[in-house]
Write a protein that binds this ligand. Structure first.
Ligand SMILES: [Zn+2]
Length: 552
């Protein structure tokens, strides 16, 4: 009998409705059903209580990452000590030692999995990542990490081309792209759109819609401005009946710490009466469509106060989201960049033609769905990411909306059917999982150091020679003391050498500060102690069983 490959994924918990959560569940379900894998999930944002519930629904092993309500304050404080703990950093090594994976895989943003690069158990498993490449160029530090992955799986063809152009053959990239999928049985067109719109809005309407988190890269100001220009154009041409029918729907979150100031923007563009939002009651979870209101209002279902726009902790059920898509006539994806932009595929599955910024993955998706690419007025370099981002042409957005709603009804219906059919062709979870399965099967795990091998050596008694350069110091300590020379090639340590050679490091919040060799020694000392502790646990596996909470 062939041993099943042991896969560990660190991801948003499969029970969560987030983009990563949904992707993970759809993928793991299919990988599990091949019968080829033993699977474990390090479930981010999930505590033991949630894990117990999730375990009733899925057959794979769950390692909850968030502290449980019964955990001590000390544990809770440890979790909140650094942001990356929420992504699994604080439990990852323990889970690795306990589950003993052949392959660890991830599909999130760079800063969510970067910690895995220096995992003390790195030689015991292969590391496979699908990076969310959303713009070009990618940071040098990221490329350096990609080079240390055993396999990089491109998300989209745009990602594949971007990585190829920048890395040439320095990364091991899987030849096929994986994409994402959408469930066509859940996301589907309404029986009767006109009737649904009349029920939801109380009259005949033509709806331009978008679904997005309220964040910097989603261009809510441009959407409002372009839609206002469309309305003004209708008025200029005396099309008052069309003007009355025309509404903008923004399904978004509010308030958000780093989000757009919706009330100010609505006021600025005279859009308060023309824009609709989704509201949810935190008590009975009933969902309503209303114009904007900043303060919580009384719920018409349960009469309690608190109904507001959704946010990360107040999300709406999928069935309500589907109804919202179904009420749209045209879908807009207006952002400076996207790694994929799932709402485009979900809207398309509901038979809604899409318009999207002609940049990054959006270019590819809008082309695949034969939608309306929004011309980019200019690319600009963003300071934080050092990447090119797109500034879409507002007049082009206005023109696309105008042209679409000028189409005869039959043509719009044809377009709707075609959009859904194309979505089914390009974005199916089965096809996506099939590529993942091929990729994960292709990885050669024969060179993995066995999990039950003897304790890996280290020697803290070796004296460190003086007069070494930062690079020589790193090489010496990783090779002679920690005895893990590969650490010197990891992105974090490489940037430490660079900072140390320069004599300063840029701290985003506090500006430049001096940095010396002692910081290298301190960091490596921590790694050494960590290795000593973790090796102890790895060889005393039974100890670990008491320490790690899991649901198998
Ligand atoms: Zn309520």
């Amino acid at each position: 009998m062939i041993n099943k490959r042991r896969l560990l994924i660190a991801n948003d918990a499969s029970s969560l409705g987030t983009g990563y959560g949904v992707y993970g569940r759809e993928l793991l379900t299919r990988l599990y059903n091949t019968g080829k894998y033993e699977i474990a999930e390090l479930s981010c944002y999930l505590s033991s209580e949630g894990a117990e519930e999730l375990k009733k629904q899925v057959p794979w092993t769950i390692y909850p990452n968030a502290p449980s309500v019964t955990d001590s304050d000390e544990i809770k404080q440890a979790y909140h000590k650094t942001q990356i703990n929420a992504f699994g950093s604080w439990r990852f090594d323990y889970v690795c030692a306990h589950f003993r994976p052949d392959i660890v895989f991830d599909m999130r943003d760079y800063w969510m999995y970067a910690y895995q690069e220096t995992c003390v158990f790195r030689k015991h498993y292969k590391w496979v990542v699908m990076p969310t490449v959303d713009s070009a160029p990618q940071k040098g530090e990221w490329i350096s990490t990609f080079q240390n992955m055993d396999l990089v799986i491109p998300y989209t063809d745009w990602a594949r081309r971007t990585l190829k152009a920048q890395c040439k053959n320095s990364i091991n990239m899987f030849p096929s792209i994986v994409n994402a999928g959408v469930d066509l049985d859940v996301f589907k067109p309404p029986e009767n759109k006109k009737q649904l719109q009349a029920e939801l809005f109380g009259r005949e309407v033509e709806v331009t819609g978008c679904v997005m988190r309220n964040q910097k890269r989603k261009l809510i100001p441009d959407i409002l401005k372009s839609y206002r220009a469309y309305l003004d154009k209708l008025l200029e041409e005396g099309k008052t009946e069309k003007f009355e029918k025309s509404i903008l729907y923004i399904h978004t979150t509010f308030p958000e710490a780093s989000g757009w100031n919706l009330p100010a923007l609505l006021l600025e563009h005279n859009m308060i009466d023309k824009t609709y939002f989704t509201n949810i009651c935190p008590h009975c979870h009933s969902v309503r469509i209303t114009k904007f209101h900043e303060q919580p209002v009384t719920c018409k279902t349960c009469n309690k106060i608190g109904t507001m726009l959704p946010n990360a902790g107040r999300t709406i059920p999928t069935k309500n989201l589907v109804t919202i898509y179904q009420a749209f006539d045209l879908f807009l994806q207006v952002a400076i960049c996207e790694g994929f932009g799932m709402p485009q595929a979900e809207a398309a599955a509901c038979g809604i033609p899409i318009a999207a910024t002609d940049y990054s993955a959006m270019s590819e998706i809008v082309a695949n769905l034969e939608g309306y690419p929004i011309r980019v007025a200019a690319l600009f370099r963003e300071l934080e990411t050092e990447a090119n981002r797109a500034n879409p042409d507002g007049q082009a957005i206005t023109q696309i909306i105008y042209n679409y709603f000028a189409l005869p009804e039959e043509e719009r219906q044809e377009k709707s059917k075609r959009t859904r059919a194309l979505c089914g062709q390009h974005y199916s979870w089965d096809a996506c999982a099939e590529v993942w399965d091929r990729a994960l099967s292709s990885v050669d795990i024969s060179s993995n150091v066995p999990w039950d091998s003897p304790r890996s050596p280290y020697d803290s008694s070796v004296p460190i020679p003086t007069d070494l350069s930062p690079q020589e110091l790193i090489n010496f300590i990783t090779k002679e003391i920690i005895k893990e020379p590969w650490l010197a090639e990891t992105a974090g340590i490489k940037s430490m050498v660079k900072d140390c050679s320069n004599g300063y490091v840029i701290d985003r919040n506090h500006g430049a500060r001096g940095v010396g060799m002692e910081s290298i020694i301190k960091t490596l000392e921590k790694l050494l102690n960590h290795k000593a502790n973790m090796e102890e646990l790895r060889v005393n596996h039974q100890e670990l069983d008491k320490m790690v909470s899991y649901y198998a």
